[in-house]
Design a protein around this ligand. Structure first.
Ligand code: NAD
Length: 475
C-alpha cells in the first residue's frame, strides 16, 4: 500500500498536536523554564524580537574581522561541548546515538562555511564602479527539528551569523533543553569575540504557538525552516521569504557491477548512523536480483540482522501503526536502537545489531514511509533500469538525497539525471554527502522544497548593488 503525502501530513498533524498538548501540560506541571532566562533566552517571542532588533543594529557596524572572530569562537565552543550536547540531546529526545550525535555536532562546528562563503563582485568601467555584495536579510526566524537539535542550531547559527544576520529560534518543543543550551553557548562565544549580545534568541518554552508567532512576526524578515512537510507548508503560507528544508525518503540503488562487500558495509553504516533519524539516511534499497543475496550477506556481516516470516510479521506489527487502512511509523520507536526495536517485537536482540533489514515488495509501506529508525526494506529488481525507475518513485519528488553503488559510469549518470536529488552519493554511505568522511562543506538544512538545495552563509543573503556613477576609473 502506498502512503500519500496527505496521509503523512495527517499523521504529522496528529503527532504535533500531541507534542503541543504534551508541551502545554508539562509546562503547566513544571512552569520553570529548562534553562535560565539569559544569553538570548526570553519569556516571549516579542521580547526575543526586541532584543534581536538591538543586536541587528549593532551587527551592522561589526567589522568583518570581528565577524570572523565570532565564527571562530562559535566553532570552538561547539567543539568543546559536542559530547555534552550529544548526551543532553539523546537523554531529552530519546532519539539516536550519543557517539553519532557528537560527530554531527563536530561536523557542523568544523565544516559549516563561515564569512569566506560570501563573495562580492565588482564592475568597473567608464561609467563608474559598481559593487554587488551579499547583504544580510536582518532578523531571521529559524525553526529547528528534534532529530538533529544541537547540530542544526550550530550549523544554522554559523551560517546565519557569518552572513551578518541575527536569529530568533523556535526549537522543537521535544528538544528545547539541548537546543537552548547550544544557543546560549554560541551567544556567549559571540560576545566573547566582540559581537553583540542576543545575536541568537529563543523563547524559553517553545511550542507550536510560539513557532507560529515567530513565523508571523512583522519584524522577522525571512524564515529558515528545517522539519517535516507540515512546518514547511505553514512557513510558506506566511508570504515571507522562506528557505525550507523538508522531509526525504532516500533510496539506494545497487547494480550488478557494485563492489558488494563495500556496498553492504556502506549501506549498514549510513542507515544505522544516529539510528536513521537523518533526513539524508538510506531509507530503502533497490538491488539487482543477480547480486541481491550476496549484498544481503555482506550487510549481515556488517551488523545487520535479516528478518523474515513470522519474525518479520512481529517487527511490522511493532514499527508500523495502521489507521484507516494507512500505515505510519510507530512514534515510540523513531530513532531507537535496533536492539530495542527487536526486543519490543519479542525477538532475540543482540546489542551489537546496528540495523534490521528485510526483503519486501515495491509497494510495501516500509518503502513508502519515512520511518526514521534503523529498519531498512530491500526490494529485488530484475535490472538497473527498473531499480532507478523505482528509486525515483520512492523518492517522491523530494529531490532530497539518493545513493548508488555501481562501477558503471553510464548507470551512475542515468541515476543522477533521473533522480535530480540535492545530494547524490556514489559508492559511499549517505553521511558522506553531508561531508562526514566525505569531501565538501556541511549543512544540516537541505532546502529542497524552496529550491536552494545545500544551504550555507551565502544562501542567507540578498544581492545588493552599490553603484558609484562617473567615479574614478580604476582600470
Ligand atoms: P517536525 O516537522 O515535527 O518539527 C520541526 C519544527 O517545526 C519544530 O520546531 C516544530 O515545533 C515546528 N512545527 C511543526 N509543525 C508546525 C506548524 N504547523 N506550524 C509551526 N511550526 C511547526 O520535524 P521533526 O520531527 O523535528 O524532524 C524530522 C523531520 O524533519 C523529518 O521529516 C526529516 O526528514 C525532516 N528534516 C529535514 C531536514 C532537511 O535538511 N531537509 C533536516 C532535518 C530534518
Amino acid at each position: 500500500m502506498q502512503v500519500s503525502e496527505k496521509d503523512i501530513q495527517k499523521l504529522v498533524e496528529q503527532v504535533l498536536s500531541k507534542i503541543s498538548t504534551e508541551a502545554t501540560s508539562s509546562e503547566k506541571a513544571n512552569p520553570e523554564p529548562v534553562v535560565a532566562l539569559e544569553d538570548g533566552v526570553f519569556a516571549t517571542v516579542d521580547e526575543c524580537v526586541q532584543a534581536a532588533m538591538v543586536a541587528e543594529k549593532e551587527m551592522r557596524s561589526v567589522s568583518l574581522a570581528t565577524r570572523r572572530a565570532m565564527i571562530k569562537a562559535m566553532r570552538e565552543v561547539s567543539i568543546r561541548h559536542a559530547e555534552e550536547l550529544a548526551i543532553i540531546a539523546v537523554n531529552e529526545t530519546g532519539l539516536g546515538r550519543i557517539e553519532d550525535k557528537k560527530n554531527k555536532n563536530l561536523l557542523a562546528a568544523e565544516k559549516t562555511p563561515g564569512v569566506e562563503d560570501l563573495v562580492s563582485t565588482t564592475y568597473s568601467g567608464d561609467d563608474g564602479l559598481t559593487l554587488v555584495e551579499q547583504a544580510p536579510f536582518g532578523i531571521v526566524g529559524s525553526i529547528t527539528p528534534t532529530t538533529n537539535p544541537a547540530a542544526t542550531i550550530i550549523n544554522n547559527s554559523i551560517s546565519l551569523i557569518a552572513a551578518g544576520n541575527v536569529v530568533v529560534y523556535n526549537p522543537h518543543p521535544s528538544a528545547k533543553k539541548v537546543s537552548l543550551k547550544a544557543m546560549q553557548l554560541l551567544n556567549q562565544a559571540i560576545v566573547s569575540a566582540g559581537g553583540p549580545k542576543n545575536a541568537l534568541t529563543s523563547v524559553a518554552t517553545p511550542n507550536l504557538d510560539t513557532s507560529k508567532q515567530v513565523m508571523e512576526h512583522k519584524d522577522i524578515r525571512a524564515l529558515v525552516v528545517t522539519g517535516g512537510g507540515l512546518v514547511v507548508k505553514a512557513a510558506m503560507k506566511t508570504g515571507k521569504k522562506v528557505i525550507a528544508a523538508g522531509p526525504g525518503n532516500p533510496p539506494v540503488v545497487v547494480d550488478e557491477t557494485a563492489d558488494l562487500e563495500k556496498a553492504g558495509r556502506d549501506i549498514v553504516n549510513g542507515a544505522s548512523f544516529d539510528n536513521n533519524v537523518l533526513c539524508t539516511a538510506e531509507k530503502e534499497v533497490f538491488v539487482v536480483d543477480k547480486v541481491a543475496s550476496t549484498l544481503i550477506k555482506e550487510m549481515e556481516k556488517s551488523g545487520a540482522v535479516l528478518l523474515k516470516g513470522f519474525q518479520l510479521e512481529k517487527l511490522l506489527k511493532t514499527v508500523l501503526t495502521e489507521k484507516d487502512g494507512k500505515h505510519y511509523p510507530a512514534r515510540e520507536f523513531i530513532g531507537k536502537d535496533a536492539s530495542v526495536i527487536l526486543e519490543a517485537a519479542g525477538l532475540k536482540a543482540d546489542p551489537s545489531v546496528k540495523l534490521i533489514i528485510c526483503e519486501t515488495k515495491f509497494d510495501h509501506p516500509l518503502v513508502w514511509t519515512e520511518m526514521l529508525m534503523p529498519v531498512l526494506p530491500i526490494v529485488r529488481v530484475p535490472d538497473v533500469d527498473t531499480a532507478i525507475e523505482m528509486a525515483v518513485k520512492a523518492e517522491k519528488g523530494n529531490r532530497h538525497t539518493a545513493m548508488m553503488h555501481s562501477q558503471n559510469v553510464t548507470n551512475m549518470t542515468k541515476m543522477a539525471r533521473e533522480i535530480q536529488a540535492t545530494i547524490f552519493v556514489k559508492n559511499g554511505p549517505s553521511y558522506a554527502g553531508l561531508g562526514f568522511n566525505g569531501e565538501g562543506f556541511t549543512t544540516l538544512t537541505i532546502a529542497g522544497p524552496t529550491g536552494e538545495g545545500l544551504t550555507s552563509a551565502r544562501t542567507f543573503t540578498r544581492q545588493r548593488r552599490c553603484a558609484l556613477v562617473e567615479g574614478l576609473r580604476i582600470i
